[in-house]
Design a protein around this ligand. Structure first.
Ligand code: ZN
Length: 318
């Protein structure tokens, strides 16, 4: 029994053949070409070949996709793939691999489920300790999330549960592209942090020669925060405060005891994790919120693939 896990990102498609034990027997990653549908077909054709699909063959396909997506309709409209608007992804994969069950969820939901199943702080920790409910958050160009309750992904009736990036934390804040005001994403996503830092003198704070050939992005901002440039540190502080508020909101609703953070901004490590943990400790009220544990991803990009596989494996993963 082997399942095919597919991760649909804005610039790359990844796939892996995953055994119920969590063993990955094959993997492939392709940059998204001009024709995303052709890239998908190539990905499936190259990985799901006889001989690589295990003794008893392929038993299902799990897909995690960048959003927005409509899980009920099986369609996706990834922001970075303009040619895919309400693209029938589940149906397209079904046509490439007929007669196999296909499950679809958001990329951040898959990240959360993958961390639960194979990460250092999910199921394995739960077997030995107190962790039951895991919130996974992807902090990148946007902010996504997913919730795993008692080992099962909670996707919600429309499949949209976990949209933590669009919890409003500032009623007087900026308008978010989603239409609401003061969403976490308008403060703590990579581009939002960079925008705020630039508006508050980030460029002026660093000697001009420093900018030669250097990208003005969240990675550069993280590097400057690490160097102790005050405005860069403040940008991370501000993002941490907003993220902390949203995390505590979710934790209060679901009695979340474990949060795992992934995504490009989280790759800055302690630059984000230290002020984030401090923000949560400072803002937490009720006793049960003080046991909240927040860690950086232990699986990196593989979390999404493991989660996509777990969608199909259901409660069979061992
Ligand atoms: Zn929003």
């Amino acid at each position: 029994m082997t399942v095919l896990a597919i991760d649909i990102g804005g610039t790359k498609f990844a796939a892996a053949m995953v055994e119920p034990t969590g063993l990955i027997t094959a993997r492939l990653e392709l940059p998204v070409g001009q024709d995303a549908t052709a890239t998908l077909a190539e990905l499936v054709a190259r990985i799901a070949v006889p001989g690589l699909t295990g003794e008893s063959g392929l038993t299902g396909v799990g897909i995690g996709s960048a959003g927005p997506l409509n899980v009920l309709a099986g369609t996706v409209s990834p922001v970075n793939i303009p040619s895919w608007r309400e693209f029938p992804l589940a149906k397209a994969v079904s046509e490439l691999l007929p007669e196999l069950p296909v499950r679809l969820a958001g990329d951040a939901q898959c990240m959360a489920l993958g961390e639960w199943w194979q990460g250092s702080y999910g199921k394995r920790a739960a077997d030995a300790g107190p962790y039951k409910t895991l919130l996974g958050i992807v902090v990148s160009t946007g902010i996504g999330g997913g919730v795993v309750v008692d080992g099962a992904p909670y996707l919600g009736p429309t499949g949209n549960a976990g949209h933590i990036g669009h919890i409003s934390v500032d009623r007087d804040g900026d308008t978010c592209p989603c239409g609401a005001t003061g969403c976490v994403e308008t403060i703590a996503s990579g581009p939002s942090m960079v925008r705020w830092a630039l508006a508050n003198g980030w460029r002026r704070a660093v000697e001009p020669s420093f900018w030669a050939g250097r990208a003005v992005d969240a990675r550069a901002l993280a590097a400057d925060a690490k160097r102790g440039i005050p405005v860069a540190r403040l940008a991370f502080q501000r993002a941490s405060d907003a993220l902390g508020t949203a995390i505590l909101t979710a934790a209060a609703l679901f009695d979340v005891d474990n949060v795992v953070i992934g995504g490009g901004v989280a790759a800055s490590g302690p630059t984000l994790m230290v002020p984030l943990r401090q923000a949560i400790a400072r803002q937490a009220g009720m006793d049960f919120l003080h046991r909240l544990r927040v860690d950086a991803t232990s699986l990196g990009r593989d979390a999404g693939l493991f989660g996509a596989a777990a969608l199909v494996l259901g409660d069979q993963p061992s």
